[in-house]
Design a protein around this ligand. Structure first.
Ligand SMILES: C[S@@+](CC[C@H](N)C(=O)[O-])C[C@H]1O[C@@H](n2cnc3c(N)ncnc32)[C@H](O)[C@@H]1O
Length: 155
C-alpha cells in the first residue's frame, strides 16, 4: 500500500508547512506499527496558468495507477474520524493504494471529480487549500491514533 497526497501549489516556509510536516511525521511514526506507510506529498504547479483543466491533468497524472482517488471537496461526504480511520484500515488490509487530491484556488475540475472513488468534505465552508492540507494531515494522524488505540482521539 502507498498513501499519497497530490496537491496544487507549493508551500513555502510557513506555519501551515510546519504543521503538515509535523502531522505527517507523527503519522509515519504511529503508522509504522500498524502497517501504514509514510505519506508521500506531491506539490504541483501549473506554471502556464491553464486553469482547472490543466490542474486536473497534473493531479490525475500524479496519482499512482490503480490508486483509490479520494478528492477533498466541500460538496463531499463528511465521515466521522473513526469512519475515516476504519476506511483507511480497510484499504490497508486490501493493499490498495490511496491518493488524496486537493485542488487549487479554483477547485477541482468537475471532470476530475467525476473520477473520484470518494469525495470528502471538511464542512460546507470553503477552506484555503493550504489549510486543507493541514486538516488532512491531522486527520491521517488522528486515524492512526484511533487504530492504535492511543488516547489522542477522545470523542
Ligand atoms: C480554495 S478551495 C477551492 C474552492 C473552489 N471555489 C471550489 O468551488 O471548489 C481549494 C481546494 O481546497 C479543498 N477544500 C476547500 N474547502 C474544502 C472543504 N470544506 N472540504 C474539503 N476540501 C476543501 C478542495 O480540494 C479545493 O479544491
Amino acid at each position: 500500500m502507498r498513501i499519497d497526497i497530490a496537491a496544487m501549489g507549493r508551500m513555502k516556509t510557513s506555519p501551515e508547512a510546519a504543521l503538515v510536516a509535523d502531522y505527517l511525521d507523527r503519522f509515519a511514526k504511529t503508522g509504522r506499527a500498524l502497517g501504514l506507510p509514510p505519506v508521500q506529498l506531491t506539490e504541483l504547479d501549473d506554471r502556464k496558468g491553464g486553469g482547472m483543466a490543466a490542474e486536473a491533468e497534473l493531479l490525475g497524472r500524479a496519482a499512482p495507477p490503480g490508486a483509490l482517488l479520494v478528492m477533498l471537496d466541500e460538496r463531499g461526504e463528511q465521515p466521522t474520524s473513526p469512519d475515516f480511520a476504519a476506511r483507511l484500515a480497510r484499504h490497508r488490509d486490501e493493499a490498495r493504494d490511496i491518493c488524496f487530491l486537493i485542488g487549487g484556488a479554483d477547485g477541482l475540475d468537475p471532470a476530475l471529480r467525476a473520477r473520484a472513488d470518494w469525495q470528502i468534505s471538511f464542512g460546507r465552508m470553503v477552506w484555503p487549500h493550504m489549510l486543507v492540507r493541514v486538516m488532512l494531515a491531522e486527520q491521517l494522524y488522528r486515524a492512526a491514533t484511533i487504530l492504535a488505540g492511543s488516547p489522542y482521539h477522545r470523542a
